[in-house]
Design a protein around this ligand. Sequence first.
Ligand SMILES: Cc1cc2nc3c(=O)[nH]c(=O)nc-3n(C[C@H](O)[C@H](O)[C@H](O)COP(=O)(O)O)c2cc1C
Length: 195
Amino acid sequence: MTRLNEEQLVALFHEPRTAYSFTDEPVTDEQLRRIQELTFYGPSAFNSQPLRITWIKSPEARERLISHLMDGNKPKAESAPMIALLSADHGWVEKADTFNPNSAEFIKGYYGDENLAKPTADMNAHIQAGYFITAIRALGLDAGPMTGADFAGIKKEFFADNAEIPFLVVNIGHGEAPAYPRGARFSHDEVARSL
Ligand SMILES: Cc1cc2nc3c(=O)[nH]c(=O)nc-3n(C[C@H](O)[C@H](O)[C@H](O)COP(=O)(O)O)c2cc1C
């Protein structure tokens, strides 16, 4: 017995496409809160949850973010009713008492070394970004993730005073039909081996 039936699996995994242009239908605050909630149920190392989400809502914030995108990505973000800027909190260890009280002493000791703490933040925030895209799709919305941006510039623009490292822009809304067919996916035997 699968958790989702075949129709639901198709709706969540087979059908959604990356969205590059969007209808005018807005994304509500309630949907944003639900995206966050679903995303954060996904597992992360030590339950660290280093992903941070910045909802880019105001026209002024949109303009500031879009100015740092590669030219080809600008119209995609301009078309989106909502833009999320995802970052990894390199200061995640400080919150260990909250996210993992049982292992907090170990986490603070072992990950006191920032050479270990930073890559752990990055890897787990990136994993959470996958849950984020899946949550958006599960809620019937479409996502357009983009790394084509000047993230050093975005860091200075939005996170100059904190330990967050931005790594992904995600356009969100109701996508218009894609302009081209989906690219081929690798088959099991092309990318998986059994030992
Ligand atoms: C991490 C990540 C970064 C991406 N960056 C860009 C980007 O900068 N610009 C863009 O147009 N598409 C970008 N994409 C979209 C991918 O090209 C797209 O998701 C992939 O080709 C699958 O397309 P499909 O969902 O239509 O099958 C990105 C996707 C991901 C997951």
